[in-house]
Design a protein around this ligand. Structure first.
Ligand SMILES: [Zn+2]
Length: 113
């Protein structure tokens, strides 16, 4: 009969538990930083920061990749070919308005969805 080194097994158990506890925490911090970055970046480009924040939260890395692709297209002339309308037209003054904007920045009229 060989006695099982219980102390060693427990130490290993706690060490592994510590690593498995840290991984989600690290990912959580990275995810929060990414979400904050996406939100601020989208808002600075006149895009809906809240919408992209939700997309990235739900889809994770995939949403982030989609955001980076869409963001690039927005700067180029290919923006008009995007599946979703990038700009809307104000019903009052007829000028282009960013999507997600409740009021026209040119004339101040409310824009219906
Ligand atoms: Zn207007």
């Amino acid at each position: 009969m060989v006695p099982i080194p219980i102390g060693q097994v427990e130490w290993w158990g706690w060490g592994l538990a510590g690593i498995f506890c840290l991984i989600p925490i690290v990912w959580f911090i990275i995810a929060i930083l990414l979400c904050v970055w996406v939100y601020r970046d989208a808002e600075s480009r006149g895009m809906s920061g809240g919408l992209w924040l939700i997309i990235v939260i739900i889809t994770g890395i995939l949403g982030l990749i989609i955001y980076l692709i869409v963001r690039k297209d927005k700067q180029g002339p290919a923006a008009a070919t995007a599946a979703t309308p990038v700009t809307r037209v104000c019903t009052s003054c007829g000028r282009a308005v960013s999507p997600g904007v409740k009021f026209c920045p040119h004339c101040g009229k409310e824009i219906p969805e």
